[in-house]
Design a protein around this ligand. Structure first.
Ligand code: GLC
Length: 752
């Protein structure tokens, strides 16, 4: 509906509005589903001369003639208002001379914005906390900082602003939480864009892009979870992963030969450490040519993957987009023949340099090119490769950035690099996902470094090149949590740190902190100290084993959370505020997280610390290690020797666990154990006859073959477990759906 000059509002649902400046639909890279008929936007008459008012059952919008908006909820409480005052930057601008002086001493001078085509400026009321924005550095709350959406490969240590305003990923979505309200904004624009979250002034925040149309979604709801559900309803949700992908992955740039990889795998088994995947970094290729292998060091990937599979270990290979420009190389020849590579403004194939040297860049905006690329995955899957790790897809380039006017011809709509840049990784992931799905048939396992909103439908992500620094361990928590709130549920960081040299203590604390991170991979760079679990001392080895085993124990819980995510978009790892929004102590809790709603993890992330403050929100929490029951709503001091990561389970929880797994082969899983953490303190009374019932605890558990898409045809089981103090044996199992024939032969319960 047109509500002002160049401003349209559509109601996608009662709670989701699309606000845009052009009525012509250009198609979105993120919102791929047809949103169908817009419903329920009504005009309110008599709002005033200069004002247009529209409403849904949940929202009311008042629009001035100039397009200034005020959005109210159904309680007539103002949620969000365009800023109407003077824009007076509070930051002092340096003169050219001063900037130069600063630069001479090596300082990074805060660069201003490129000219934006549009900029939306919203009022800050003062009580906001802002979450989301993908993988940006820093803490959970993004208020007071400014960011750039321009996918960037920057190998410097990731630090706070101003150096790292742009990261690998562009997820132009954020959530604003206030004392009595919450909303989200997703700006669907792939050009370079700016998000000033109150950096320029504490009176307002703003977002804008250098080109493209103003097009953003306003998402309302009562809780952060509602907002994430709304956002992922628009941009899609991560499909169920193969179960083994939730296991432990070992990686390094690079394991140099098949022998080294076999030796590594044997070490996992010798040391009794669960492991499901080994990743091959770029050196497995022939001169870094994608979809090839080095005949000398990796003569047969097939033989290697066969041998590894005997040990329950799968191989994952890295694939970069930069394609070596070399005649006689099939990827180059086929791509050249069919016009599959991006071109410069004169129409010549564009060259830059990446790992293989002189390289060209596939045009993933074309469906044909995506299919061609996707078909190449067959080369790998036929050799037993079980997952593809997409890297350098910002795209990274060693001879300066790709110029803005490089042309991606697409199938019928040519686009320039400046529009495609932020979706290049997204489209590469989509090509990989679709290729794997077609040729392998199992649920594709893709990891990507660069992405855009909506990439969660195709790929998992890791946070790129962190370093073995305590600060990066600390940051890994808010980074993963903000990615989760940005619709990316399956995330991970390089455990131990990628660049720089880890220490036994840092590796130990990192494996503890990352123990529940959905993507669970230890990865490190060339020329850094090795960091496989056994390379240090016995203590470090034991800690690695202990936490990797703990991870495998709770695998069915993690898998259930992945299932839940497909229905709700809620991430596996959640900030405390997601479940305790009314409690302001949780709003900026940067160093703890929830796994689903039942487990609270409070890792130690300071060198030398052997105790830490833990905030426990309301309710009763059971200390996982001591079984002490603690009433929350307070800070506690927890002793945490090097081998203890403080963990708490919410009383009233039921947690499904598997026992003794060292690799994940769902067909061999026949037994399930349920850990029941009673609400009542009278543990012994649970199964006793005389006690009055307080609560019934319920838990829904999902089971399928963990591998392919048979679940889409109903081949899954959904169990409901109900514990009640009334029943003499405590547990009741109800089948909500029965379609998978591998039902557990044994389900037992333990009271914790
Ligand atoms: C990039 C990746 C890193 C990888 C390296 C070599 O730096 O981020 O994970 O190991 O390239 O491929």
């Amino acid at each position: 509906m047109k509500i002002g000059e160049n401003i349209y509002i559509d109601a996608i649902t009662d709670r989701i509005l699309r606000i845009h400046s052009s009525d012509t639909k250009t198609g979105s890279f993120a919102v791929e589903e047809d949103l169908g008929l817009k419903r329920g936007l009504r005009e309110i008459t008599g709002a005033g001369k200069s004002v247009t008012a529209v409403e849904t059952d949940y929202l009311t919008v008042y629009a001035e003639k100039d397009g200034t908006l005020k959005i109210y909820d159904k309680r007539q409480k103002i949620l969000c208002a365009d800023y109407e005052g003077e824009q007076e930057p509070e930051i002092q601008k340096l003169s050219e001379e001063e900037s130069e002086q600063m630069r001479q001493e090596g300082h990074v001078v805060h660069a201003g914005e490129d000219d934006c085509k549009f900029r939306v400026v919203k009022k800050l009321f003062g009580d906001e906390v802002i979450y989301g924005l993908g993988d940006k550095t820093g803490f959970l709350n993004k208020k007071g900082y400014d960011y750039i959406m321009w996918n960037s490969d920057n190998p410097d240590p990731q630090v706070e602003n101003p150096t790292f305003r742009a990261m690998y990923k562009s997820i132009p979505f954020f959530i604003v939480l206030r004392e009595e309200s919450v909303y989200g904004i997703f700006m669907d624009n792939t050009y370079k864009s700016y998000f000033d979250m109150g950096f320029e002034s504490s009176q307002y925040y703003s977002f804008g892009a250098v080109e493209g149309e103003l097009d953003y979604y306003f998402i309302a709801g009562d809780t952060i979870a509602d907002i994430v559900e709304g956002y992922t309803g628009l941009t899609g949700r991560a499909p169920l992963p193969q179960m083994w992908t939730l296991g432990y992955h070992q990686s390094r740039w690079s394991y140099a030969s098949a022998e080294e990889v076999l030796c590594l795998a044997k070490n996992f088994r010798t040391y009794g450490i669960p492991c499901d995947a080994i990743h091959l970094d770029i050196d497995y290729m022939d001169h870094f040519k994608v979809f090839t292998n080095n005949e000398e060091t990796f003569p047969s990937l097939e033989k290697l993957s066969d041998e590894l599979s005997q040990m329950g270990i799968k191989l994952v290979t890295i694939i970069d987009p930069g394609t070596k420009a070399e005649e006689g190389y099939h990827m180059y020849d086929e791509g050249m023949e069919n016009g599959y590579f991006a071109k410069d403004a004169e129409g010549n194939v564009y060259h830059n340099a990446v790992w293989p040297g002189d390289s060209v860049f596939p045009d993933f905006t074309s469906k044909k090119v995506r299919e061609w690329w996707g078909n190449q995955t067959k080369i790998l899957t036929e050799q037993g490769i079980r997952g593809i790790w997409n890297d350098m897809n910002e795209p990274a380039s060693f001879k300066g950035p790709l110029p803005e006017d490089i042309v991606f011809s697409g199938d019928d709509l040519p686009r320039l690099h400046k529009e495609v840049h932020n979706v290049y990784g997204h489209l590469m992931a989509k090509a990989t996902y679709e290729g794997l799905k077609k040729h392998d048939g199992r649920r594709p396992f893709v990891i990507t470094r660069a992405c855009y909103s909506g990439s969660q439908k195709y790929t998992t992500v890791w946070t790129g090149d962190n370093q073995s620094l305590w600060a990066h361990l600390q940051m890994s928590i808010p980074q993963m949590l903000n990615l989760g709130m940005s619709g990316m549920p399956i995330v991970g960081t390089d455990i131990g740190g990628f660049g720089a040299h880890t220490t036994p203590e840092l590796l130990s604390r990192w494996i503890e902190a990352a123990c529940f991170s959905p993507l669970f991979r230890n990865h490190s760079a060339k020329d850094t100290r090795r960091q496989e679990p056994w390379v240090f001392d016995k203590e470090t080895l034991d800690i690695n084993r202990k936490y990797i085993e703990l991870r495998y124990k709770y695998l069915p819980y993690l898998y259930d959370l992945c299932y839940e995510e497909t229905k709700t978009g809620l991430p596996v790892l959640r900030p405390l505020v997601m479940h305790y929004q009314q409690d302001k102590n949780t709003w900026e809790c940067n160093d703890e997280y929830l796994v689903g709603s039942c487990i609270l993890v409070a890792p130690v992330t300071q060198q030398g610390a052997r105790e830490r403050m833990v905030y426990l929100p309301e309710g009763i929490w059971v200390d996982y290690w001591t079984r002490e029951r603690i009433t929350g709503g307070c800070y506690i001091l927890k002793e945490a020797p090097l081998n203890i990561c403080p963990l708490y389970v919410k009383a009233g929880s039921i947690l499904p666990v598997y026992e003794g797994l060292h690799s994940i082969e769902p067909e061999h899983i026949k037994a399930l154990t349920l850990e029941y953490y009673p609400e009542s303190t009278k543990k012994t009374a649970i199964f006793g006859r005389k006690q009055e019932v307080q609560e019934e605890c319920r838990y829904v558990h999902y089971q399928d073959n963990g591998i392919d898409f048979a679940y889409e045809n109903g081949e899954y089981n959904l169990y409901e477990f109900i514990f009640s103090e009334k029943r003499s044996n405590g547990l009741k199992v109800k089948m909500l759906h029965e379609g998978f024939e591998g039902k557990y032969q044994d389900i037992k319960a333990v009271v914790c």
